[in-house]
Design a binder for this molecule. Structure first.
Ligand SMILES: NC(=O)C1=CN([C@@H]2O[C@H](COP(=O)(O)OP(=O)(O)OC[C@H]3O[C@@H](n4cnc5c(N)ncnc54)[C@H](OP(=O)(O)O)[C@@H]3O)[C@@H](O)[C@H]2O)C=CC1
Ligand SMILES: O=C1OC[C@@H](O)[C@H](O)[C@H]1O
Length: 415
């Protein structure tokens, strides 16, 4: 009952956040495009941030921008993306454009001296990511801050989950999410190759990041990648679903499954709640009560339920599979499991300095906190995604497209 009340209160407040009075030196952020995601990813989170003002929007159609600005109380409308990034009163831009336009508009914004919060996936492929994140302009003193908006990694629950893992001793890992057909129409930007669509580029990015973060390193090889293409008549260079498997340097095998049109038995819609899990190498548990010739071993599996939107609800399951067995023939004498659970909506006490956070803060709000901290030169929670991380993320995505025999998403012609 208390948990249900907490769930309702947390989620109601997440979507109706308290309004903070704005500081005189608040960052003025402009939005490129009247996107579907901005209200959740930045307009809402900015409300409770005293140092952020959503100051302007630009859309390809000015009337659309005006209507969006009115709905979301955005004071200034620009006629084009370029006009917005050229305006000296704008400090930073949020780029939630189709994936294929990320590179061009991020680079244009950086050239205009703006800080950039860039939607995931950062670019269309690893080559683009390398040219963007290793750009000379980002190496200058006082260079703009560029962040791939991988919101989920900024949440305390995700960090708590990672802290329970022992990456060198992980033997297998898994991450998956399956949605029902029709969540997005077949002509959505997500499924258009020329805009760098594909399910691996969308849901897949979260699962790829989950594996990379759980293993704490980059894969050696993509062992398998099996796409299901969009239905006939739709873009045949886009995957509607993807299953892929990699080998990591410690020998761990890690796989993902993502699907935008899950079907179960008899064609019934199938969904799979976002999750990821890691299983560790068997360890011997010291047990002085055992007779000679016997040993006690344990295998630990840790699962995170809802790594994508943990504020809504999440759970970390710690499962220990114990066995008492003969040492010589490995015959099991007794087996049992022990389970415990963890949730973490705010940072656990870390002594003197606890990073900012509230139970109702979404992943996007935690991310915005760190984006601002970085721009203002403050330490913050320590969560960040640096440029090389974003390049490696795209390299792992590319490796699956290559293995699947699909073309890499197209590189922008913008220089
Ligand atoms: N972090 C997260 O949780 C989420 C992130 N995303 C990411 O955000 C980005 C945008 O997603 P979403 O908001 O769902 O997308 P939308 O379908 O809302 O499109 C975003 C904007 O793209 C602009 N646009 C520019 N060129 C084109 C074009 N050729 N065709 C279609 N649109 C164009 C439109 O701008 P205009 O208004 O100027 O016409 C539109 O408003 C993607 O990169 C996606 O991966 C998406 C959902 C969740
Ligand atoms: O980033 C995202 O998160 C939620 C998904 O449903 C969406 O397609 C994706 O773009």
């Amino acid at each position: 009952m208390f948990e249900f009340i907490g769930f309702v209160r947390r989620n109601w407040t997440a979507f109706n956040p308290p309004q903070a009075a704005k500081a005189a030196d608040a960052l003025r952020i402009g939005l490129l495009g009247a996107s579907n995601i901005a209200p959740l990813a930045i307009i809402g989170p900015a409300k409770s941030h005293p140092e952020v003002i959503i100051a302007a929007i630009a859309a390809r159609d000015e009337n659309k921008a005006q209507a969006y600005a009115k709905k979301h109380s955005i004071p200034v409308v620009f006629k084009s993306y370029q006009e917005l990034i050229d305006d000296p009163s704008i400090d930073a831009v949020y780029i939630p454009l189709p994936n294929g336009l990320h590179y061009e508009w991020a680079l244009k914004s950086i050239k205009a001296g703006k800080h950039v919060l860039l939607e995931k996936p950062s670019t269309s492929n690893a080559d683009e990511a390398a040219s963007l994140f290793r750009h000379e302009l980002l190496k200058q003193p006082n260079a703009p801050v560029l962040l791939e908006a991988f919101h989920s990694r900024f949440h305390p629950a995700w960090q708590a989950f990672l802290s329970l893992l022992d990456p060198p001793n992980i033997t297998s890992a898994h991450a998956s999410m399956v949605l029902w057909d029709g969540t997005f129409p077949n002509d959505d930007i997500r499924f258009i190759y020329d805009l760098s669509g594909g399910t691996l580029m969308d849901l897949g990015t979260y699962m790829v990041l989950s594996l990379r973060q759980m293993l704490g390193t980059e894969p050696e090889e993509c062992l398998e990648a099996v796409p299901r293409l969009m239905p006939k008549g739709w873009d045949q260079k886009c995957d509607q679903a993807m299953k892929a498997k990699w080998r990591f340097p410690n020998g761990a095998i890690a796989d993902i499954e993502v699907d935008f049109a899950g079907k179960g038995a008899y064609g019934q819609p199938r969904i799979r709640f976002p999750r990821c899990s890691a299983t560790h190498r068997e360890v011997v548990v010291k047990d002085s009560s055992l007779p000679a010739g016997r040993e006690h071993v344990m295998v630990k599996t840790i699962t995170f339920w809802n790594q994508m939107l943990p504020t809504l609800w999440h759970r970390i399951d710690i499962l220990e599979a114990h066995t008492i067995r003969n040492i010589n023939d490995k015959k099991a004498i007794k087996t049992w499991t022990e389970k415990s659970y963890k949730k973490e909506y705010v940072w656990a006490d870390q002594g003197e300095s606890k990073p900012a956070g509230e139970e109702h803060w979404t992943t996007y709000r935690y991310q915005l906190e760190e984006f601002v901290n970085r721009i203002k030169g403050r330490e913050g929670s320590g969560c960040w995604m640096d440029g090389e991380d974003s390049v490696n993320q795209m390299a792992m995505i590319d490796s699956a497209y290559k293995k699947a025999g699909l073309p890499l998403r197209p590189t922008s012609l913008y220089k």
